[in-house]
Ligand binder design. Structure first.
Ligand SMILES: [Zn+2]
Length: 298
């Protein structure tokens, strides 16, 4: 079952999925740029639904303003399944006191958000550092692995600028015993090293590529080639796509392509250039498998 903000649903009910996005997010690292407008979030979801969108996975972790209490209403109003996240981002996205308060009980916190919070999370989000895993990342990933083993929840990884993918898999899978197909690596679009893409795919992880954004224009144009190379190498069943809108200006209602562009812009190109089977796998079949869990707790 996929754990959505309205309860567990069978994976085949998700439909067309934006596998990495944000309806709400705030961080001291981006002052004045918080996504905290519920009506703007609803407008974006509604625009996504109008194009056939069925599900959105919000990768906003604990402490970064995920507004989990708002998500059931937005899901009901838009008709879009919403999956929310627990977990923790890099230390720079928190104030020190807040981190201190939860130190040593992260796994417990993640498990509670996955299994007994009023609005339950369906995944655990963690983050690496640039080309390495710092102590904070290692601690958070250890707690995420513990919460994964207790619940079955998949682990989604913010790879900083797409880097440290192999180190992350080594830590989560080899050190902490997480099955590779329970790991979803994000932001590989931003580091289009085809050899590393191939190696993480061979290891068995899911790869979620990002939709276009101004910040990542330098690498965004390689998306279709990256998808094609991985599909040709036999990894079509491991590829996902998300718009990952993190600022208000990235939304379709403002100046950005936003969530709708995944379906109005990227999907037709993927269908035309890479085939409808691959498009269907990326938007529907793969996310259903990536986020489906045999939950070990209610
Ligand atoms: Zn994100």
């Amino acid at each position: 079952m996929v754990r959505t903000v309205l309860g567990d649903v069978p994976p085949e009910k998700l439909g067309v999925c934006d596998a990495h996005d944000h309806l709400f997010i705030s961080t001291p690292a981006l002052p004045g740029q918080a996504l905290d407008d519920a009506e703007a979030a609803l407008a974006e979801l509604t625009a996504f639904a109008a194009l056939g969108g069925g599900a959105v996975v919000q990768w906003t972790p604990w402490g970064m303003g995920p507004r989990a209490d708002e998500l059931p209403r937005l899901s009901r109003r838009s008709g879009v399944h919403v999956i929310s996240a627990t977990g923790m981002h890099q230390a720079r996205h928190y104030d020190r006191g807040e981190l201190e308060r939860v130190r040593g009980r992260l796994a417990e916190l993640f498990i509670r958000e996955l299994t007994s919070a009023p609005v339950q999370a369906g995944m655990i989000k963690v983050a690496g550092a640039y080309h390495r895993l710092d102590d904070h990342a290692r601690n958070v990933m250890a707690a995420a692995a513990e919460a994964h083993h207790a619940t079955g929840a998949p682990i989604g990884v913010h790879l900083e600028a797409g880097t440290a993918a192999l180190d992350t898999l080594d830590l989560l899978c080899r050190t902490h015993g997480v099955a590779p197909d329970r790991v979803i690596l994000g932001h590989l679009t931003r580091f289009p090293d085809t050899r590393i893409h191939r190696q993480v795919a061979e290891a068995g992880a899911f790869l979620v590529f990002d939709g276009p954004s101004r910040a990542h224009q330098a690498t965004d144009w390689r998306l279709l080639d990256s998808l094609a190379a991985l599909a040709d190498a036999g990894h079509a069943h491991q590829l996902l796509l998300g718009a990952d809108t993190v600022t208000a200006t990235a939304r379709s209602g403002a100046d950005g392509p936003g969530m709708p562009f995944l379906l109005a812009g990227l999907r037709p190109r993927i269908e035309r250039e890479l085939g409808t089977d691959l498009a269907c796998a990326i938007f529907t079949g793969n996310p259903a498998r990536a986020f489906a869990v045999r939950w070990r707790r209610p």
